[in-house]
Design a protein around this ligand. Structure first.
Ligand code: ZN
Length: 276
């Protein structure tokens, strides 16, 4: 009887392993695969130490839950630049450095209001930004996008220019080095508020759009990435205009968590400075 139970448990573990590999969205890219490798071992211990269950379907459901929890817990490790959850800061550059997303679309073409047609975002971010801009305008807080995706080359030029004018130390507080910018993911944008007579970043913080976006953007999958007072963690001064798409589900979790920064939410170290 005991031998039969052990065999049954082994079969369940093997089935779970196969199922887990199918369900885990990060199985190919996530660096935390060591944790996954540990999973079956823990499962085996549970199986052996408790009364073995007879129904295989019940076991499959248990695996679903475990895999889902594991994926959530592993968010901090996402380095795949195509993953909408990717963390980019002064300690986490994009890899490869020259990364450019393959699904860029015109933000204005997707429906974002008050935006130059040449500005592009990843398709999913553009769609959500479009609905957000329409709802913001209806609430008297209209905004447009003045900067979306920026290539490695564009960021390199920007940063070089700022460094030449203000010096590297000052430039590092407000401009990312190439391959370290969220704009290179195609998931971030800088907002302006033409409806309120504001056509540049400097005036944006005092417009109705700034308040509306800070309060409501999470419902559309965006977060205010560089909040006031967060420079010791995020590495940049307050940017009321810079929003980052992380997906509706994760943005809701972020909002409900009360975290002040994406780094804190993910349980990742503060990134005030570059490693070198
Ligand atoms: Zn920005």
């Amino acid at each position: 009887m005991i031998l039969a139970c052990l065999l049954a448990a082994l079969v369940v573990v093997i089935a779970g392993l196969t199922l887990g590999n199918y369900l885990d969205p990060d199985s190919e890219s996530n660096a935390s695969s060591a944790a996954e490798t540990n999973q079956p071992t823990e499962k085996t211990e549970v199986e052996l130490s408790s009364e073995p269950k007879a129904e295989p379907e019940q076991e499959s459901e248990d695996w679903d839950v475990e895999v889902a929890e594991e994926s959530k817990a592993a968010v901090g490790a996402v380095t795949d630049p195509t993953d909408i959850r990717v963390l980019v800061n002064k300690l986490n550059p994009l890899t490869p450095a020259s990364f450019a997303p393959g699904d860029l679309v015109s933000a204005a073409g997707a429906g974002v209001t008050d935006t130059d047609p040449s500005i592009v975002l990843r398709a999913e971010a553009a769609e959500h930004a479009a609905q957000m801009s329409i709802d913001a305008a209806a609430a008297g807080a209209g905004f447009g996008v003045t900067s979306g995706f920026r290539s490695y080359e564009t960021q390199n030029q920007l940063y070089s220019n700022y460094s030449a004018v203000d010096g590297q130390a000052a430039a590092d507080t407000y401009s990312a080095r190439p391959s370290f910018s969220e704009h290179q993911t195609g998931l971030a944008f800088d907002a302006i508020a033409p409806a309120a007579g504001c056509y540049d970043l400097g005036c944006f913080g005092s417009t109705p759009a700034a308040g509306w976006l800070a309060q409501n953007s999470w419902q559309y999958g965006f977060i205010l990435r560089y909040p006031e007072g967060s420079q010791p963690v995020v590495g940049y001064m307050y940017e009321p205009w810079h929003f980052r798409y992380i997906g509706v589900d994760l943005a809701r979790d972020y909002h409900e968590s009360g975290a002040a920064t994406y780094e804190e939410f993910l349980g990742e170290p503060a990134a005030p400075n570059y490693a070198n």
